[in-house]
Ligand binder design. Structure first.
Ligand code: AP5
Ligand code: MG
Length: 230
């Protein structure tokens, strides 16, 4: 019994030394951000959404934002060198080192994955949300987000509360039926090398079901991958 307690303590220490490192991947509007909200809250990791990071740079009109804006507005991928520099710098900041991280939307190309590798960054699990293309357009068109809380809604599938929140919701400029086609195409062009590279870490989840069912399916597997006791 005593030995067991000591082993448990060792486990907790180990857990602190090696915080979770999770990647969530999926097509545009596959539900990465929606699930990321739950994952980051449950595992207390820093949520790094590259799309959100870029939109913040665009809003600030920073050098990076000015470079990224045109690509984003056209539904195209921002060049690897811009993305890699941002993510590698952010992932080595103290909060990420201490609490671990959830990368949402990165790596999106094999070159980006290679950059993580070259910088000694590996992951515990690569979650792949699998959603058929036909479902993505409706999700994109109905999406709205709350600029105050960052919460993601859908006018039909996850409607916002009436009143103040609903009135302040915004729609992303790249959320049009036309632009999402370009984004989906870029996703498919880059997916296979990523699945191949992370094949031993990949957790594929059917993302074409209710968000709470998706979470129910992924939670246990992520917990095991990051060696949490639950
Ligand atoms: P980013 O913001 O990452 O866009 P994305 O990958 O296209 O993904 P989304 O954020 O659109 O969708 P999501 O999967 O998070 O879905 P969500 O949960 O919101 O990137 C934007 C742009 O930045 C890129 O196009 C590119 O230009 C650039 N960029 C970013 N990272 C880059 C990188 N690494 N390299 C190069 N360029 C990069 O859900 C969508 C909607 O569906 C919501 O309304 C939600 O309520 C609803 N929903 C969610 N789950 C479900 C469900 N299960 N059933 C029904 N509805 C659901
Ligand atoms: Mg997102």
């Amino acid at each position: 019994m005593k030995e067991l307690l000591i082993n448990e303590r060792e486990l907790i220490k180990k857990k602190k030394k090696s915080p979770p490192r999770i990647i969530i991947s999926g097509a545009p509007a596959s539900g990465k951000g929606t699930q990321a909200e739950k994952i980051s809250s449950e595992f207390n990791v820093v949520h790094l959404s590259t799309g959100d990071m870029l939109r913040a740079e665009v809003a600030k009109k920073s050098e990076v934002g000015l470079k990224a804006q045109e690509f984003m507005n056209n539904g195209k991928l921002v060049p690897n060198e811009v993305m890699i520099a941002i993510v590698i710098a952010r992932i080595h900041e103290p909060d990420c080192e201490e609490r671990g991280w959830l990368l949402d939307g990165f790596p999106r190309t094999d070159d980006q994955a290679e950059a993580l590798n070259a910088n000694g960054v590996s992951c515990d699990v690569f979650v792949h949300l699998d959603v058929p293309d036909e479902a993505l357009v409706d999700r994109v068109i109905g999406r709205r987000s709350d600029p105050v809380t960052g919460k993601i809604y859908h006018m039909q599938f996850n409607p916002p509360p009436e009143g103040e929140v609903k009135e302040r919701l915004v729609q992303r400029s790249d959320d049009t039926a036309e632009k999402v086609k370009t984004r989906i195409k870029a996703f498919h062009e880059n997916l296979n090398p990523l699945l191949d590279r992370y094949k031993d870490k990949t957790l594929t989840i059917d993302g074409n079901q209710k968000p709470e069912n998706i979470w129910g399916k992924m939670y246990g597997s992520i917990a095991r991958s990051v060696k949490f006791r639950y």
